[in-house]
Each structure stands twice: as C-alpha cells, then as structure tokens.
Design a protein around this ligand. Structure first.
Ligand code: NAD
Length: 436
C-alpha cells in the first residue's frame, strides 16, 4: 500500500519505517525542515536502538522517503496516519492544535479516497472532529476516518512495532476496517476491530492502568519500608498470579516520560468533562508525583537534613533507560531541588545530557560515570541504565568519598551492598549499612 505518515517524531518515524519494512511505500511528512533534511541523509534525530539501520535500509530499497510537503505524501496514498504530538495543556487536557492543523491541511489537498487514521493519543471524540474539519475544508466526504492508537515503548520501539501484541483499529466503515486489517496482516498480530470512540478510549485506559500498577506497587513499597517487608519479593509473589502478571511491578521513584503523565491527566479531564470524577487515576498521579521526592528524604536522612556542600553524583537523567527523552523525567524536579538544598550535583547520563541541559537550568552534566562519582559524598541512581548495573562496585567504593548509595530504581541487592561495605537505601526494601 501507499502510506503517508504526518508527524515524524518517535511514533511517526518508527511506524513509518516499520510499515515500509513490511513492504509498503511510505512517505513521512514533518514541518521541521531540519529534521527532514537530516532524515533524507539517514541521520536520525532521536536516540532509538536499531532505528538508524532500518531507516537507511528502507531508504536504499526505495520504500521510504521524507518530505515537508504534505501534497507529496497525500498523492497516491491509500492510508494517511496523523502522528503529531498531543501535549498537555495547563489544565491537563490534551492539546489538539497540531492534530487539527493536520486535518485542515489534509482537507485542503484531498483529491481521492483515503483512510485517514489518527495514531496520536487523542481524547474520545477527536476522530469525529477530524472528520468534520476534513469534510468542511475539502467540501466532500470521499474519505473514511479511523483510530489506530500506538502502544510502542521508547527504547524498544522497533521491536514493539514489529512484534505488536495487538493492533487496535477503530472505524466507521467496513471498507476502512478491511484496509487497515490488510495493512497490519504482516505483523501477524491480534486485531481489535471496534468503533472510533472505543479505540480512542482503549489507549487512555491502557496507559492509565499501567500507571496505576506502578503507583500501586510504589505505595506497597512505602508500606513495606514502614513494616519491614521487601517489595521486590512481594512483587515476585504477586506476579506469579496470572491475573496480576509480573510486568510493571518494579517499585521505584515512579514513572515519567511523554505518555503516562499526560495520558493520566487527559483521562481525568475526559472523564471530568463527561461529568465523572475518575478518583483512582487522580490518586495515581498524586502518588507518582510524591514518589520521586523519596530520594531527597532518603538522602537527607543520611546527612542529618543538611545537604549543603555535599557532592552528589546523580546517575541517570532520562525518564527511563535506552532513551534520550527527558519529558517529565524525575530528574527535572530532583536536580534543581538538590541544588537548592546546597548540594553540588555532578550528573551523568549515557545519552540524555544534551536534552537534559535544555530543561534543567544550571545542570552540571559530566561526560562519564567516573567524573560524576569521583569524590562524591553520595551516589543517587535515578535511571536504571544497564551500564550502572555493570559498575564495578568494589572500585566505586575506592573512588567515592563516602560509600553511600541511594537507589531510586532498586538496581542492586541490599545484602550484597552491605557485604561490600555500603550504606544502601533503596525503595521498599530494607535499608542496609555496611560501613565500618
Ligand atoms: P513528537 O513530538 O516526537 O513528534 C511529533 C512530530 O510532529 C514533530 O516532529 C513535529 O514537528 C511534527 N508536527 C507537528 N505539527 C505538524 C504538522 N502540522 N505537520 C507535520 N508535522 C507536524 O511526538 P511523539 O512522541 O511521536 O508522539 C506523537 C503522538 O503519539 C502523541 O499523541 C503521543 O501521545 C503518542 N504516543 C507516543 C508514544 C511515545 O512513546 N512517544 C507512544 C505511544 C503514543
């Protein structure tokens, strides 16, 4: 099929390249000239494992092209995906200005039947709004609208798309359902065929449920600390129950990123507008926001509430490993707070430092792990990058000023840390102190 993807960010680029890799002819459109120029040369503007090779392969095999000109993408397209951002407004609602702008441009250039699919995460009712805009601007109704929300995870986006667990396809017409089912056939996945509104809701319900799981286990962790239980064992014991499952039960300093924070607030807004108070999700957000500050409490507990002049090594700035995405990362709140409390912060992240500098004023991000930990009074782990897991803990102890680790991601075993002579405070597990 001929596919046009409008919006070449994380989602648009990954979807576009995967649709091309399974044999479609894909044109990815973006307003950002610099981004498109780079992509044409095979230079990838984001950090995503495996993406670069796949983009180059499909450019070379003439299935993938990039343009800033929407007419180029629309020409001959059977399916048009809208994959632009839907960032949160001040009140938590999803901002639909980019989706609406794309709908208007599609309307201006629509000349033959196409299935126009919203892939962006959008509130229930947006598909209808897109339809109204396109129909009123184009003056005809020779098109179908559909919803096909995206579930990929940054960091494993290619794998997630190529091995998608389900494709949710919300349509108003049988024809659109057939076209999109056909398009997804090579992925050999479960197709959930439904109406547009239900598809839109599935995305928010899924993300809010996963966020709930994280906040739930974080609250369990907080209780574990008070009563002397170990949350990792609690999660293991829970996870063997198929009704619960093992995933998303890792206690820590909570979620961040471009999706969970904004999608939970958007769901609260969607429900509120419909006259319903979505209490659970409201509390999930509150628990998550508070959870990140546990790091500060734990650090202050070791230093008698005085962090002034302490050299603190912060390991990890991105909201999760394998990404340079800094959107709503806990580090955005925590690094400035540490600095406000007088700490001398030396931060290291394998890939997110450049993006982090844009959102954390006064950030002192150093170029390697060694520089961050040298003579540190304490090491604080905010992101569970695999290379932190592989640190030589014996050597680390020689390098740092005091063997104190505050671990917001539960990367190490408390007993081992104790044997190695560390003061080690993690989330929902026994505090150990192996210092002499
Ligand atoms: P992004 O900000 O990385 O990319 C959006 C792109 O759209 C940008 O490159 C921007 O220049 C472009 N754009 C904006 N207006 C445009 C226009 N009128 N014409 C052409 N291009 C335009 O966003 P993203 O992370 O890819 O997210 C896109 C959507 O997918 C959001 O709704 C998001 O909630 C959803 N989503 C994201 C993820 C994720 O992990 N990032 C996962 C699932 C769903």
């Amino acid at each position: 099929m001929n596919v046009c993807v409008v919006g070449t960010g994380y989602v648009g680029l990954v979807s576009g390249v995967c649709f091309s890799d399974i044999g479609n002819k894909v044109t990815c459109i973006d307003l950002d000239q610099e981004k498109i120029d780079k992509l044409k040369q095979g230079i990838i503007p984001i950090y995503e494992p495996g993406l670069s090779d796949l983009v180059l392969k499909n450019i070379n095999e003439n299935r993938l092209s990039f343009s800033t000109d929407l007419t180029e993408g629309l020409k001959d397209a059977d399916v048009v995906f809208i994959a632009v951002g839907t960032p949160p407004k001040e009140n938590g609602e999803a901002d639909l200005q980019y989706v609406e702008a794309v709908a208007k441009s599609i309307g201006e250039h629509l000349d033959s039947y196409k299935v126009i699919v919203t892939k962006s995460t959008v509130p229930v009712g947006t598909g209808k709004r897109v339809k109204e805009i396109i129909a009123s601007v184009s003056g005809h109704t020779n098109f179908d609208i559909a919803s096909n929300p995206e579930f990929l995870r940054e960091g494993s986006a290619i794998y997630d798309t190529m091995n998608m667990e389900r494709a949710v396809i919300g349509v108003e017409s049988e024809k659109a359902g057939e076209v999109l089912t056909e398009l997804h056939k090579p992925f050999n996945t479960n197709i959930v065929l439904t109406d547009v509104e239900t598809a839109e809701m599935i995305k928010y319900a899924s993300n809010a449920f996963l966020a709930t799981k994280i906040s739930f286990i974080n609250e369990v962790a907080n209780v574990c600390e008070l009563v002397g239980a170990d949350v990792t064992k609690v999660a293991e014991g829970m996870g063997f129950d198929n009704r619960i499952g093992k995933a998303f039960l890792q206690a820590g300093i909570g979620y961040g990123g471009s999706c969970f924070p904004k999608d939970t607030s958007a769901l609260v807004q969607i429900a509120g507008k419909a006259g319903y108070d979505f209490k659970i999700v409201r509390n999930v957000e509150e628990v998550n926001q508070n959870q990140r500050f546990k790091i500060i409490d734990k650090l202050e507990a070791v230093f008698n509430n005085d962090l002034s002049g302490r050299k603190i090594a912060v390991l990890g700035l991105a909201f999760k490993p394998n990404t340079d995405d800094m959107r709503d990362a806990p580090s955005i709140d925590l690094v400035p707070l540490l600095q406000e409390k007088g700490a001398d912060v030396f931060a290291f992240d394998p890939v997110a430092a450049e993006n982090a500098r844009k959102v954390i004023p006064g950030l002192n991000a150093v170029e390697n792990l060694q520089k961050a930990v040298n003579n540190a009074d304490a090491v604080v782990i905010l992101t569970d990058w695999p290379e932190f897991k592989e640190m030589d803990l014996v050597q680390l102890k020689e390098t740092i000023n005091q063997p104190i680790i505050i671990d917001g991601r539960n990367m190490f075993e408390p007993e081992t840390m104790k044997e190695l002579g560390y003061y080690y405070s993690s989330i929902g597990r026994p505090l150990v102190d192996g210092r002499e």
